[in-house]
Write a protein that binds this ligand. Structure first.
Ligand SMILES: Nc1ncnc2c1ncn2[C@@H]1O[C@H](COP(=O)(O)OP(=O)(O)O)[C@@H](O)[C@H]1O
Ligand SMILES: [Mg+2]
Length: 403
């Protein structure tokens, strides 16, 4: 049999992609693209703008706290409004500085303060100065600049949960210590229960103004996708029903616009790779499966070791049958811990971990009565076993057991 040479294979791939008339501009579907238009966010844009517009008159805007689940347009709205505000301020000759920090990326107080200092046009070494000293330096430099500063802290929950709300507390009080500059804060979080992590004083100060971003409905997601698709795809490339299906699937998944856009992008990529002239509903279904599998892999990867061992036990036991039960899982789990030479958790503790795996949707563990012998749980695998295994063997300790 003839096998294709690497050159032929590569030529084929390159040709498909370069000849493809699917994407006009794929990048507008990537998460960091900020669109000029944000359908169904008119109210939120108006609210953010009216709070921050005080800055144009030289007044300190109220602090603003924004929350809503992921993919509801919080970052996009704030970036859009602040960039327009900055332009307007420049036109009007208002001394306004806006600093946007994502605390998932820059999570320590030191990093956050260093970024703030950078946005004032100065530098701080990456380490070596006590954080309190960096804070004083920021305060001093800021006051010298005679500015109004709006500090946006996106995904603020990452910083606070990992460290504390000390820095946030200081920043809400900073105006008392400044004489020539002023600071306003905009805090954004995807965690709707985040305020329980805050000192009541920080909470009330940060929440002078509050704004919720509700999840998008399927028809709203359809509008968002349709708008973006005009920029991303050549005309007539999307088969009827593609946008509707992306919208419906993402709406079912909590109304997340990022998910909807990912789905549309991956569908397009699959079509391109196949050399198909159109993106079809089947491409969307394939893309969805792929996203779901990737999600399973990520969830499994993030589990603690003992949960991974339980999952491995369950996979082994259900290889040739539909279900297993707690006692059997425990025995296999015990063998695995022995093989690794680590402690074995109690049956009771394992029961808790099994419930957690059930809640994550990886398995189902239904309680069943066995008469006088008490209760057991019938356990079945609910996610793609291959995806689970992929997540498991990413952990070298588990990988050793599988080899
Ligand atoms: N109303 C909207 N119109 C167009 N695109 C949107 C809209 N809302 C969100 N998006 C897009 O969806 C993705 C996620 O939005 P983002 O602002 O990052 O959500 P959040 O910060 O709430 O998690 C981004 O790519 C963004 O451009
Ligand atoms: Mg965001």
């Amino acid at each position: 049999m003839l096998t294709a040479s690497p050159d032929d294979i590569l030529e084929d791939v390159f040709e498909r992609v370069t000849k493809s008339r699917i994407f006009k501009n794929r990048d507008v579907l990537l998460p960091d693209y900020i669109p000029e238009r944000l359908p169904h966010r008119e109210q939120q844009i108006k609210k953010v703008a009216s709070v921050l517009a005080q800055a144009l008159k030289g007044y300190k805007p109220n602090n603003l706290f924004i929350y809503g689940i992921t993919g509801t347009g919080k970052t996009a709205v704030v970036k859009l409004v602040t960039s327009k505000l900055q332009q307007k301020a420049r036109q009007l000759g208002v001394r306004l500085r806006i600093s946007f920090i994502n605390t998932k990326r820059d999570d320590t107080a030191y990093r956050i303060l260093a970024k703030l200092i950078e946005s004032l046009g100065f530098k701080v070494p990456p380490t070596g100065i006590p954080t309190s000293e960096v804070y004083s330096r920021f305060k001093r430099l800021l006051d010298k600049r005679e500015l109004l500063m709006i500090i946006v802290l996106d995904e603020i929950d990452y910083h606070v949960k990992k460290h504390s709300d000390d820095l946030l507390y200081k920043l809400t009080r900073i105006n008392e210590e400044l004489s020539r500059s002023k600071v306003s804060l905009v805090g954004i979080t995807n965690d709707v229960n985040f305020t329980s992590w805050l000192d009541p004083r920080v909470k009330s100060s940060l929440g002078e103004e509050e704004l919720v971003f509700p999840p998008y409905t399927a028809p709203q997601l359809r509008d968002i996708l349709a708008e973006r698709a005009k920029l991303a795809f050549y005309e007539g490339v999307l088969e009827d029903g593609v946008i509707e299906l992306c919208a419906a699937l993402a709406a079912r998944e909590k109304g997340d616009a990022r998910k909807a856009l990912d789905l549309l992008r991956i569908s397009g990529e699959l079509a391109e790779r196949e050399g198909s002239p159109k993106v079809t509903v089947d491409h969307v279904k394939m893309a969805w499966e792929q996203i779901e599998k990737d999600k399973v892999v990520e969830v499994v990867k993030s589990l603690p070791l003992h949960s991974k061992l339980i999952l491995l036990a369950i996979l082994k036991l259900t290889k040739n049958k539909d279900s297993t039960y707690t006692g059997e899982v425990y025995r296999t789990y015990k063998e695995l811990t022995k093989e690794l030479g680590i402690e074995t958790l109690t049956l009771r503790r394992i029961g808790d971990l099994i419930s957690e795996l059930d809640m994550l949707g990886l398995i189902s563990a239904e309680v069943e009565s066995r008469g006088r012998r008490g209760l057991t749980r019938i356990i079945t695998v609910e996610s793609d076993p291959k995806a689970i295994m992929k997540g498991l063997i990413a952990d070298p300790r588990v990988g050793e057991l599988v080899r």
